[in-house]
Design a protein around this ligand. Sequence first.
Ligand code: ATP
Length: 300
Amino acid sequence: LAQLFRPLDLLGMVYRTIRQGVLDMGAMFDLIDTGAEVRDIPGAPALAVGAGHVRFEQVRFGYEEGRPILDGLDLDVPAGTTCAVVGPSGAGKSTLARLMYRFYDVDGGRILIDGQDLAAVTQASLRAAIGIVPQDTVLFNDTIGYNIGYGREGASAEEIAHAARGAAIAGFIERQPDGYDTRVGERGLKLSGGEKQRVAIARTLLKNPPILILDEATSALDSRTEGDILETLEAVERGRTTIVIAHRLSTVVKADQIIVLDGGRVAERGTHGELLRRDGLYAEMWARQAAEREEALAAE
Ligand code: ATP
């Protein structure tokens, strides 16, 4: 969430709170207000969600005039498939995710979900259809049960526990003296990066959206935690249209489609194998990463 909200130029105080990984409800609403740059058109219908086919058609967008970030982006993600987005830092990967959630309106072109233009439906219905698992999950100063239940208003205790099991965090919660009533945050239980990510996964399971946006953490979790989380994520992705801002080789290797963003456009697209054979930007990126990994291993 912090990753997606970063560009909203938050007040310093709110920003620092997010960086600590905790946030209370009041601050959350301030934050949402800060981002209220888009409006529903009067009488806009709700998005009629089908299988979750996502399409970008010649999308243009910039935060400032004269500095386009996306410059005619075309993207087609068939329902239920996974599209990994890679590219150099600043290429616009997170921007693409923000536009899908409609934090901003596009300057040109359109984004369609199941054939409906995002700009023409209500934001509430759009956001109900999309789940986000961010790099850094923001937790509220409340109980762990509340933090998971936040994924869907009115969720029952049984549904919350079911989601926690799906995200493989139920055992951890049940070991706490107060179980689901254990407080987290500033004065409560401190969760590790991996545990916070599981809370985000549990929220997403409760929400059960047809479309998923994953923003993979760049910072390394230990390899066992990472392996466990990947397995859990795979279960969440199954049957959903997934767009993943990918930093890990394991993610891109299994993606149905990879797009390489560069200069505001899709520079290359294909599967991992196709892109390696192409011997272009993607192949170069992975050769560099492989070399870095080897250096890191050698240094250990
Ligand atoms: P990274 O891999 O480093 O996270 P990214 O590909 O996700 O990068 P974006 O976060 O989408 O890149 O940013 C694309 C460009 O837009 C960057 O040059 C960034 O500085 C700029 N940018 C992002 N948010 C804003 C903003 N709120 N106002 C102005 N420029 C912004």
